[in-house]
Ligand binder design. Structure first.
Ligand code: NAP
Ligand code: GDD
Length: 327
């Protein structure tokens, strides 16, 4: 039974990946930070097969201990301070967890090593946020980076470290440059979930208005369930490499709003949506659209859920959830 260690197990992708690997017959271990982390209970209630290991990306010794305990075949480094907006006010913490955390994990892998004929394979969760003020459209594995947030800068550091450890020490270390991916497990701080949950609450009479920031930004939004398959595929290749994972389509936030409000039968979104300065960022990523042709060709990866289906999935899920909560 192959063993996988996932950091960021309580996050959106950690949950999707745990489910996916369990179905593939893996023994799934999740790194969990803090003492008595309140997310343990709900996580194990939904995924009883996950085995929790204590550790923190800011604590090198804890990563070494986790790898020694688990003896994983594969490590998926999904742990991060991942909310771009908060990275502006907590830049040092973000750099430590999201940036230096990758270096600590790579060093821990180098130290512990793994089985001689079957060394540990490593996946780094890189991000389209690294492209920032984009240098070309669409963005590929070769597009230059121009990050626009402390989060983006930290991800560029982690990305280059992953490439460097692969080239310097021959580690089987791959980096997935994933564009935005969403779904019913998305955190409420991100714009798509903020919209889908607010639409549900407005529909059920629990909320009147939805306040957002910049509505003009465009994102390449895919479904998280499709994207975790790509992570796994990267680690099944003989050679490690970097891959863009994206849909190749970009949509303005107003398009997400339109579909979400229509899906709940609420009509024109403009009746409900306002703007608030607090949700604008000091620097913005205006447009993202990725070219995933390398992943499609080499990994055989293809996204299955399109943009309208994604919006509908999230709104329907939140309508059910909020209705249950209201009872
Ligand atoms: P998420 O829902 O925000 O989850 C982040 C996870 O990181 C949580 O489980 C969190 O644990 C954990 N974490 C935070 N600080 C940690 C620390 N010091 N040590 C160990 N773990 C820590 O993120 P996601 O959407 O699943 O994304 C997964 C990864 O992909 C992240 O690295 C993100 O930056 C990257 N990414 C995401 C997207 C996307 O669109 N979702 C796109 C590109 C790249 P707690 O819950 O205990 O705080
Ligand atoms: N969160 C949020 N809340 N975003 C808003 C709001 C609001 O009220 N109003 C407008 N936006 C705009 C943001 O300014 C941004 O342009 C866009 O909506 C998307 O914001 P998020 O959903 O917070 O995602 P993100 O693109 O900044 O970052 C996500 O995707 C990255 C990949 O490109 C995160 O998952 C990152 O971790 C990930 O790397």
């Amino acid at each position: 039974m192959p063993r996988a260690l996932i950091t960021g197990i309580t996050g959106q992708d950690g949950q999707h990946l745990a489910e996916f690997l369990h179905e593939k017959g893996y023994e799934v271990f999740g790194l969990m930070k803090g003492q008595n982390n309140p997310k343990i209970g709900p996580l194990l209630a939904e995924f009883p097969y996950i085995r929790i290991v204590s550790g923190d990306l800011t604590d090198f010794a804890s990563l070494v201990a986790a790898i020694r305990t688990v003896q994983p075949n594969e490590i998926y480094n999904l742990g991060a301070i991942s909310f771009v907006a908060i990275s502006f006010t907590q830049a040092e913490l973000t750099s430590n967890v999201t940036g230096l955390g990758v270096l600590r994990m790579l060093e821990a892998i180098r130290l512990v090593g793994g089985e001689k004929d079957n060394p540990i394979r490593f996946y780094q969760a890189s991000s389209s946020e690294m492209y920032g003020k984009v240098r070309e459209i669409p963005q590929t594995e070769l597009t230059a980076f121009h990050p626009r947030s402390p989060y983006g800068v930290a991800k560029v550091f982690g990305h280059h470290m992953t490439v460097n450890y692969r080239e310097s020490y021959g580690l089987h270390a791959s980096s997935g440059i994933l564009f935005n991916h969403e779904g019913p497990r998305r955190g409420y701080e991100f714009v798509t979930r903020k919209i889908s949950s607010s639409v549900a609450r407005i529909k059920l009479g629990m909320q009147d208005k939805l306040l957002l920031g910049n509505l003009a930004a465009k994102r390449d939004w895919g479904y998280a369930g499709d994207y975790v398959k790509a992570m796994w595929l990267m680690l099944q290749q003989d050679k490690p490499d970097d891959y863009v994972i994206a849909t190749g389509e970009t949509h303005e936030i107003t398009e997400f709003l339109q579909l979400a409000f229509e899906c709940a039968g609420l009509g024109d979104w403009r009746k409900y949506v306002g703007q608030d300065k607090q949700y604008f960022r000091p620097a913005e990523v205006d447009l993202l659209v990725g070219d995933a042709s390398k992943a499609e060709k080499t990994l055989g990866w293809k996204r299955e859920v399109d943009f309208p289906a994604l919006v509908e999935m999230m709104v329907r899920h939140d309508l059910d959830l909020e209705a249950k909560r209201a009872k």
